[in-house]
Design a protein around this ligand. Sequence first.
Ligand SMILES: [Zn+2]
Length: 219
Amino acid sequence: VLDCATLLAGPMVATLLGAAARIAAGESLREEGLEGERPPSRSKVDLATMRRDDVFVLRSGSGGGIGDPLLRDAEIVARDVADGYLTAGHAELVYGVVTRADGTLDRAGTEVRRMALRRERIGREPRVDGRTPASVGVAVERGAAGWACASCATGFGAGEDWRGHGEVVRREALAADRFEERGMQVKRRAEAPDILLHEYFCGACAAALSTEVVVASER
Ligand SMILES: [Zn+2]
């Protein structure tokens, strides 16, 4: 909280009456207690003029994580929701984890949601259940028989590149569309080439295997 300053960057400036005095008194301000206007601004783009009792709120995304979000321990995801690290909506959308209003895990709802997301990934019913790979983040392993899904051991052939194998499902979409579906702010490209995401899934258990960022003209 500053008396007056102009800063570069930041999502919003809100006002909390008496904020400076309350901080001086040792109070921790919470976003829910803010009043007044909340003009959002894009990170690194806008100028924000701050006056006395304005509060500069900066919210940043968490890390990308490692491994398949649908194989993440649902209890841990629910705890992250309860602790405020994830919104309930994001937990359901990305992790397929459904929580109750009191913050506890809805186990049955989670099972239904996760199955729906797996079906959506591969466009059919998964044949087998996958588990978290022994080495988290290593979704495809190379053994004596060739490549295999590290979640369900389905083989992806002995060739150089597993991505073209018949048991691998590839999904292509505009990167901006996929980010937007997850509630992220993205600036759409106004000119060619398009930036795409190629997402690869195991055709047997629907585990997420790999995601590549692809320039449309180089595909
Ligand atoms: Zn699999």
